[in-house]
Write a protein that binds this ligand. Structure first.
Ligand code: AMP
Ligand code: GLY
Length: 434
C-alpha cells in the first residue's frame, strides 16, 4: 500500500513510524512532513502548492491507497469530503462531523442533545449579554472560576479560566470585541469550572450513515500542558505525555464508556455523519466520574507519541478496518507497561523562541536505550543535520515495564540530545503535575 500523511508535527512522525512497520505498506509520503519523517524508513516528504485540490491530484497521480490526516484544520475545511468525492480512501470525519471540534458551540449543543456528561454552559454571540452573564456569575461570592471558550479553532489559545469578573471581561473583550482570534471568537461558550484530573482517551471510529457504528477506545493518556514543572506557568501545545494515565481506574473507564462514549456514538449515528477516523475525548475525572471537556476529531499531540508505541497491532490494518466497517472485530492488542514521552522545546517557547539551532544526538548511546525520537519542529538542514524550526522541537518516547521505568529511560535518552536553548520538563508522568 501507498500512504499519504498530512501534517508536520510529532504526531505525524509517530504515525509514519508506526505505519512504516507494516509489511503491507511500501511507501509513505508526508505532506509537508518534517525532519523526522524525512529520515523515517519508507518515508518521503513532499511539498507543493498546498490546497485540497492539489492534494487530491497528488493522491490520484501517485495511486495513494490510504490518506491519514493529522491536524484539525484540513478536517474542518472538508478534506475528507473532497477525497471521498474523488473516490479516494481517507481516514477522518466528514466536514459536518469535524464541527465536533471546530465549533465549541456546536459540540456543547451535541453533548447536551445526546446526554453526554459535560459541564453546565451557556452560548453567547452578543458580547453585552456574555458580559452581563459573567458579572452576575461572579456576584455570587462563592463562585468558582468561569471558563471562557472561543467557539472556533484557535490552536490552543481559545480557552481562558477566569478567576474573577475582571479576567472574564478581559477575555470576552479580546475574543468578541477586539477579535483577537478573528472569527473564532465571534461566539463564546461560558462554562462552569470542573475540578479533577485530566485524561485523554483516543479512539478509532467507524460510523457510516445507515449502518451500525462502532467506537473503540485506545489505552488512556495524559498530556502536560503547562510549561513548567508541577503544572505551573503558561499553557503550551503539550510538554509531554504518558500512557496509560495511571489514575484512570477501571471504574472511571466504565463510567467513561457509559456516560460519554456510548451517547457520543448514538449522537453521531443519529446525526447521519460519515465518521471513519479517530476521535479524542478530553476528560475531567473526579472520584471516578468523567465529564467531557472537549472532542478533538483526530489523534492528540503529544498523546499519539505515547500511545502508538503501546500498540501491539498493525496501524495500517486498523485503518483498513475503520474504512471497511469491521472495526468491531479488530483485535486491538496493547503492550503492557507504560510509555513516557517528554517534549523538548526551543528556548523562549511558548513566547517567541529560537530557531535554526543544530540538534545533536548521541546516536550510539541513544540506540542502546531503545527509545524513539519523534521530531516535531525540526527540519533537515542541507548537510542532512537536524535544525530546530518550531517551538516544540521533539519528543523522546520510552517504554518501561511500569511508569517509573519508562520515566527513567525517557530522561536518560533525553540527556543524549542537545541544542542551544533546549528546555524540557522533568516531571512528565509524575503525580499532580499536569
Ligand atoms: P478545551 O480546549 O476545551 O479542552 O480546554 C483546554 C483546557 O482548558 C483543558 O485541557 C482544561 O485544562 C481546561 N478546561 C477546559 N474546560 C474546563 C472546565 N470546564 N473546567 C476546568 N478546566 C477546563
Ligand atoms: N493534546 C491535546 C491536543 O492534541 O489537542
Amino acid at each position: 500500500m501507498k500512504i499519504l500523511i498530512i501534517g508536520s508535527g510529532g504526531r505525524e512522525h509517530a504515525i509514519a513510524w508506526k505505519l512504516a512497520q507494516s509489511e503491507k505498506i511500501e511507501k509513505i509520503y508526508a505532506v509537508p512532513g518534517n525532519g523526522g519523517t524525512a529520515a523515517e524508513q519508507k518515508c518521503e516528504n513532499v511539498s507543493f502548492e498546498e490546497g485540497q485540490n492539489s492534494l487530491v491530484q497528488f493522491a490520484r497521480q501517485e495511486k495513494i491507497d490510504l490518506t491519514v490526516v493529522g491536524p484539525e484544520d484540513p478536517l474542518a475545511a472538508g478534506i475528507v469530503d473532497r477525497f471521498r468525492e474523488a473516490g479516494l480512501a481517507i481516514i477522518g470525519p466528514d466536514q459536518r462531523a469535524a464541527r465536533l471540534e471546530a465549533s465549541k458551540v456546536y459540540s456543547k449543543a451535541f453533548m447536551k442533545k445526546y446526554g453526554v456528561r459535560t459541564a453546565e454552559s451557556r452560548n453567547f454571540s452578543d458580547s453585552a449579554e456574555a458580559l452581563d452573564y459573567a458579572e452576575k456569575y461572579f456576584d455570587n461570592a462563592a463562585a468558582s472560576p468561569l471558563v471562557v471558550k472561543a467557539d472556533g479553532l484557535a490552536a490552543g489559545k481559545g480557552v481562558v479560566i477566569a478567576e474573577n469578573f475582571a479576567e472574564a471581561e478581559t477575555a470576552l473583550t479580546a475574543f468578541m470585541k477586539d477579535r483577537s482570534l478573528g472569527s473564532a471568537g465571534a461566539s463564546v461558550v461560558l462554562e462552569d469550572f470542573l475540578v479533577g484530573k485530566e485524561v485523554s482517551v483516543l479512539a478509532a471510529v467507524s460510523i457510516v450513515p445507515g449502518k451500525k457504528g462502532c467506537i473503540r477506545p485506545f489505552v488512556s493518556a495524559r498530556d502536560h500542558k503547562r510549561r513548567f514543572e508541577g503544572g505551573r506557568g503558561p499553557n503550551t501545545g503539550g510538554m509531554g505525555a504518558i500512557a496509560p494515565a495511571p489514575d484512570f481506574t477501571p471504574k472511571a473507564q466504565e463510567d467513561f464508556i457509559k456516560s460519554i462514549l456510548e451517547p457520543t456514538l448514538r449522537g453521531i449515528e443519529a446525526e447521519n455523519m460519515d465518521y471513519r477516523g479517530f476521535i479524542f475525548f478530553g476528560l475531567m475525572v473526579h472520584q471516578n466520574r468523567c465529564s467531557l471537556l472537549e472532542y478533538n476529531v483526530r489523534l492528540g499531540d503529544p498523546e499519539t507519541q505515547a500511545v502508538l508505541p503501546l500498540m501491539d497491532f498493525d496501524l495500517g490494518e486498523l485503518c483498513l478496518s475503520i474504512l471497511d466497517g469491521d472495526l468491531d472485530s479488530f483485535p486491538l492488542k496493547w503492550k503492557t507497561g507504560a510509555v513516557c514521552a517528554p517534549v523538548a522545546v526551543a528556548g523562549g517557547y511558548p513566547g517567541s523562541y529560537r530557531k535554526n539551532d543544530s540538534i545533536t544526538v548521541n546516536e550510539k548511546e541513544f540506540a542502546k536505550i531503545g527509545a524513539q525520537l519523534f521530531i516535531a519542529g525540526a527540519q533537515q538542514g542541507t548537510g542532512g543535520e537536524l535544525r530546530t524550526s518550531g517551538g516544540r522541537v521533539l519528543a523522546v518516547s520510552a517504554w518501561g515495564g511500569n511508569a517509573d521505568e519508562a520515566w527513567t529511560k525517557a530522561y536518560k535518552a533525553m540527556n543524549l540530545i542537545s541544542f542551544e536553548g533546549m528546555a524540557y520538563r522533568k516531571d512528565i508522568g509524575r503525580e499532580n503535575n499536569e
